[in-house]
Design a protein around this ligand. Structure first.
Ligand SMILES: *Cc1c(COP(=O)(O)O)cnc(C)c1O
Length: 393
């Protein structure tokens, strides 16, 4: 059975063109880019080209691009190294809906190193209050780390305005753009962002490669120490095949950016309208007016998300749910909890995330198969019967 893969916010398929671009750097072109000889030199040239390809996607200088091992490393580096650069500043600002790579790191500095931590709340639609941000950032703030778009709901934060607020207080602004790079336009010429994280495997490059953008003039000591690679900001011999792959993936993402915002968006809207029309009591989680074009987070009250996933899996449909089974108990995601989504609805949440490989036939198949699953599970749920359904006479 063919898999209908609608879990692209978790990871994506490596594009065939990306794999083709990478292949020579495992075999014929295995040199070390730091070597003085020509054999290494041609590899260094490939790394330099990849840096240009990444820079072109987000409109910055190639010398502001630093390759890391993943999005998580980029997030960790941004926070650790900024705090080290400004030891006199003792305040960290972030949000309640960040990816664990940021959330756990910030909480570590709070609990282990005595930093003051402000986690900004979001409203029921997953939106931030910029007034509250303005009141929270002060002259003691070392770093503000706020994601560009949320991986679970797809809600996009206004990072241009956030950056301006942060810069007026002199702190460093980091944004986790893992879910936005290649999906919506990013123009770093127009936005005073200091640090930005990107991950390869969310944009059709392989797992295990990431980028940290560091704006010219930003003071950032190394997090991974050792050799002089990456202008001394990230030691370790460059992962050349993956760097080449990420460069290619960025080139392709730039080429497909319009498609992402027209065809993929239209498919996502078709899925949303199809499920809304055919399923009982659907709720959209997250602000539909400020949402990634590929993401749909939808709840079906009184039904377990995990049960929906298992039933969809039997039809070859791969998505994810907003609750995770931790030590035997179903825990609703911290993102939906922060939005105040009621328990019964958070448990019944499903995230569909599309990609440029998604077809209309696949979406129509999901629209056909999902409603009977919801109906069946609703009938089995002790809370699920509506009065008019349960009072059969
Ligand atoms: C996936 C993801 C990450 C982590 O990236 P890795 O490359 O898997 O470490 C960080 N932030 C967000 C928003 C993500 O979706």
């Amino acid at each position: 059975m063919k898999t209908i893969y609608l879990d692209n916010n978790a990871t994506t398929r490596t594009d065939d063109e990306v794999l083709d671009a990478m292949r020579p750097y495992f075999s014929d072109l295995y040199g070390n880019p730091s070597s003085m000889h020509a054999f290494g030199g041609q590899v260094a040239h490939a790394v330099a080209r990849a840096r240009e390809q990444v820079a072109a996607l987000i409109h910055c200088s190639p010398s502001e691009i630093f390759f890391t091992s993943c999005g998580t490393e980029s997030d960790n580096t941004a926070i650790h190294s900024t705090l080290e650069a400004y030891p006199e500043r003792r305040h960290i600002v972030t949000t309640r809906v960040e990816h664990p790579a940021v959330r756990v790191t910030c909480r570590h500095f709070q609990s282990r190193h005595g930093y003051r931590l402000s986690e900004l709340p979001v409203d029921s639609q997953g939106r931030l209050s910029l007034d509250l941000l303005e009141q929270t950032v002060d002259d003691d703030t070392a770093i503000v780390s706020i994601m560009h778009a949320n991986n679970e709901t797809g809600v996009v934060f206004p990072i241009e305005r956030i950056a301006q607020i942060v810069k007026s207080h002199g702190g460093v602004f980091h944004t986790d753009a893992v879910q936005t790079a290649g999906k919506i336009p990013i123009d770093l010429r127009r936005t005073p962002i200091d640090l930005m994280s990107i991950s390869g495997h969310k944009i059709h490059a392989p797992k295990g490669i990431g980028v940290l953008y560091v704006r010219h003039g930003t003071h950032l000591p190394p997090f991974i120490m050792g050799g002089h690679q990456e202008q001394g900001k990230r030691a370790g011999t460059e992962n050349v095949p993956h760097i080449v792959g990420l460069g290619k993936a960025c080139e392709l993402a730039l080429r497909h950016l319009d498609e992402e915002n027209t065809r993929v968006r239209a498919l996502r809207d078709r899925l949303r309208e199809g499920l809304m029309a055919r399923c009982m009591d659907p709720y959209i989680n997250g602000d539909p007016d400020s949402c990634l074009p590929n993401t749909l987070n939808i709840s079906f009250e009184f039904v377990e998300g995990e049960a929906i996933l298992l039933h969809m899996d039997a039809f070859g449909i791969a998505a994810s749910s907003g609750s995770a089974c931790t030590s035997g108990a179903l825990e609703p995601s911290h993102v939906l909890r922060a939005m105040g989504v009621p328990f019964t609805r958070a448990h019944g949440s499903i995230r569909f995330s599309l990609s440029r490989y998604t077809t209309q036939d696949e979406i129509d198949y999901v629209i056909e198969k999902t409603p009977p699953i919801i109906e069946k599970l609703r009938r089995m749920s002790p809370f699920g019967r509506k009065p008019e359904m349960s009072t059969k006479t």
